[in-house]
Design a protein around this ligand. Structure first.
Ligand code: G6P
Length: 489
């Protein structure tokens, strides 16, 4: 797009994700209140000056009536957000079913649902049909708002069918697709009944991005082995049409965290927490309450550490923030009870009248409270069984320039590839190894902590979310040209 004076104007970026970056609460028939949720993606795009981002997605609420839909659309427009309205049945089949009960566990190597196999197989077709229908609904909204010269950036496993739907509307649309989860080995992906259709749909995009080189490699192998397409150093080629596939590791807006630590409110909070846990080392876990985060395994490893190190029992505390998520999916409900049971047992076993070893919170904390917690922590435990990237590890590092605490990090989190040299890497399934790493972290000499922190801090502050978004979009702009040239050859 060019202005009349020939200078390029800010390009419009249509960001399409299942969830809008706002939570909507209905206050009356035609009134809504909105709260911006400042996740990684939001802060990444807020910082990008070259683009004017608009969001398209589901507002996370069921709005069956026209009055409510109109009012919400109007309220969201002020935040540059455009809603896709999904009814309860679609949400149940597409979001709870196909996305969170099938794709999510599979992409994290937990396999297809094990229990009640027959029921799963029967519902699979209807869930996949709902998935495609929902993706088509997203495409309809994108198409309605698309203007020539816009760039469309689709996000995550919820929208693998979207690139194809968009290209069917308009082959010239510049479409990028980015996966925020791992992409599994092709041997895992091939167990999915709809494996080929999903791969083909994603390949309709001009640029396909992943957080790590390994995920990109797995995707290319799935396309070559399952579809018989050609894998090239640039991506996947089919009959002269190239889809670029590459790794774009995300980061955080580290300045936002570093600045927050200076706020009076956070400083006061830091003092209160330091007083509250005086004489004890603080270990911290911050996770969505999701099976991929390995929370039970982490807590069992902490129990083993207490068992083997009686001297530490009254000198250390584990604070576990477990943010409830996807609470309509039965697997998540089971996990909540399981975690409560383990925490209760360990606190009963090692607690005293004055203190318990584990403080477990089933809720999220506001941004400032979280920064204060990160800042007073001695050891952070990120023990995901698999995780696309895991930005909690980045946030912790950003808040630790004074304390220089230790990060224990799962080797199965994407972040292990960037923070591995500064963290203690663990296999989260090996509870004995994690327990030994806790001992190593708590006893680590100051000079070693400082050296490790310095490495990680340099990475976190130089590989920002903003840079990630800029790199992806500028590559998407270039890629389209490249793909066309290749097709002509
Ligand atoms: C992961 C996914 C995101 C998702 C988030 C929260 O990070 O990659 O796409 O939005 O979890 O999950 P939810 O189901 O609540 O949107």
């Amino acid at each position: 797009r060019e202005r009349l004076d020939g200078r390029p104007c800010r390009q419009r970026l249509l960001v399409v994700a299942n969830r809008l970056p706002v939570s909507a609460i209905r206050r009356g028939e035609d009134s809504w209140s909105l709260e911006i949720s400042a996740g990684g993606l939001v802060s990444a795009l807020l910082g990008v000056k070259e683009f004017e981002a608009r969001w398209i997605g589901w507002a996370g609420v069921n709005v069956p009536d026209e009055v409510g839909q109109k009012a919400l659309t109007k309220a969201l427009a002020e935040k540059r957000c455009i809603p896709v309205f999904l009814d309860e049945e679609i949400v149940h089949q597409y979001y709870n079913g196909y996305c969170n009960n099938i794709l999510w566990p599979l992409f994290h190597y937990l396999g297809l649902p094990q229990e009640d196999r027959l029921a799963t197989t029967r519902s699979f077709q209807s869930q996949f049909a709902a998935y495609k229908k929902a993706n088509q609904m997203f495409a309809d909204v994108v198409n309605k708002h698309y203007e020539e010269g816009d760039v469309v950036w689709c996000h995550d496993y919820h929208l693998m069918f979207l690139p194809k739907c968009l290209k069917e509307y308009n082959i010239k649309m510049k479409v990028g697709w980015f996966l925020h989860t791992p992409f599994p080995s092709s041997e895992i992906h091939r167990t999915l009944p709809s494996r080929s259709e999903l791969l083909r749909s994603v390949l309709a995009a001009d640029l396909v991005g992943f957080h790590t080189y390994d995920y990109a490699r797995h995707f290319v192998s799935a396309c070559t082995r399952i579809l018989g397409f050609e894998g090239t150093p640039e991506g996947v080629e089919d009959q002269g049409r190239l889809t670029r596939v590459a790794a774009f590791p995300i980061g955080i807006d580290s300045d936002r965290f570093i600045r927050a630590l200076e706020a009076t409110q956070v400083q006061d909070n830091i003092r209160e927490l330091a007083e509250r846990f005086k004489g004890r080392k603080v270990m911290l876990g911050v996770d969505r309450l999701d099976m991929i985060k390995g929370i039970p395994q982490k807590i069992l490893a902490f129990e083993k550490f207490l068992e083997e190190n009686p001297d530490w029992r009254d000198k250390v505390v584990l604070l576990q923030i477990a943010v409830p998520t996807r609470t309509d999916v039965p697997e998540y409900q089971k996990l909540t009870s399981q975690v409560h049971e383990i925490v209760g047992r360990i606190n009963g076993r090692f607690g005293t009248l004055s203190a318990v070893p584990i403080h477990h919170l089933d809720r999220s904390l506001d941004f400032h409270a979280l920064c204060a917690l990160y800042a007073i922590t001695d050891v952070a435990l990120v023990t995901s069984l698999r995780d696309g990237m895991n930005l909690v590890s980045y946030e912790f590092v950003a808040c630790q320039d004074t304390k220089k605490g230790v990060l224990i990090l799962s080797e199965f989190a994407g972040a292990a590839q960037s923070l591995g040299a500064g963290a203690i890497l663990v296999n989260p399934w090996n509870i004995t190894e994690v327990a030994a790493s806790i001992a190593q972290a708590l006893n680590m000499p100051a000079d070693e902590r400082e050296k490790r922190h310095k490495h990680n801090f340099a990475h976190v502050t130089s590989h920002t979310a903003q840079e990630w978004a800029e790199t992806f979009v500028s590559e998407l702009n270039d890629t389209v040209v490249e793909a066309k040239l290749r097709t002509r050859q």
